[in-house]
Design a protein around this ligand. Sequence first.
Ligand SMILES: Cc1ncc(COP(=O)(O)O)c(C=O)c1O
Length: 333
Amino acid sequence: MSDSAFAYHVSPYRYIARYKNGVWEDGFLSDDPSIVLNESACVLQYAQNVFEGLKARRTADGKIIVFRPDRNASRMTESCMRMAMPVYPEDLFLKAVDDVVKANADVIPPYGDGSSFYLRPFMIGTDPVLGVKPASEYEFRIFGSPVGRYFSSMIKLRICDLDRVAPHGTGHVKAGLNYAMSLYAITEAHALGYDENLYLDAATRTYIEETGGANIFFITKDNKLVTPDSGTILPSITRDSLLRVAADYLGLETEERPIALSEIADFTECGLCGTAAVISPVGSIDDHGTVLSFFRNAPEESSVTHMLREVLTEIQQGDRPAPKGWIREVCPD
Ligand SMILES: Cc1ncc(COP(=O)(O)O)c(C=O)c1O
């Protein structure tokens, strides 16, 4: 596995459970990565889908651990409720994670090369609908893929003129439609040489929200970690963990509050956080030609962002004691 690729690589087994007549049938593992759907399946016509993302890693002593999967289970519950989908029971979600990890143990990358096994739980509405309404049959699946890094160097962001979510919309849940909304903008950003778009709040276009695939944080001159408080961004599990690491492991002050675009020049460091992004330093934000640079006064290696990344990744990798409940060990049968 190359250290520089976040891409789909088919793995041997995935978990499948189907919902029919108002109940979840027993789930099972399958070696077939394909899905056959009716042409009018709700997911195809009306985008009724939700998903999650989490990672399994090998530890130095050969165990396989998963980082905070209970949080993904509960976020998927929230997503399903918002998308009028049946909730997949959280205990079964966790068991399915274990089953997929165990069944694919042979393709989980070794300890220490920066790669991991990304798990993608998702749910789709499968039966045909033509009038706009939720499906009555669903499929829940988890597949996995060995992955490397998402970003490889200092990130360049631009302030995006398009919105990916609406006030009172679906920004706080992980629904595929939010990502569909970002595809045009990310294609344009890449073509212009940026790594990602930074979205503003759609209601006033004055506050920082997040990027298309990660939350954002800033570090102040006096080493405080500041991150946006907003009801229209995805509540990142990495960000939640980062706030805890900053306060409890590094003794930093933390603050969740609305962050105005007009104040970001005051910050000294900026980073993205997410399961795929891990913690990635942001080198610059381009606001329509006004470019704000971060890590101006000292190299990234001596920054607070760097320290935060070191501690969090050591915890995620099993190299440092984690807060209670953060690490789920998956034992082979
Ligand atoms: C839009 C968006 N925001 C934030 C995140 C980070 O969330 P998490 O840390 O739970 O992976 C992700 C990735 O899952 C995302 O897609």
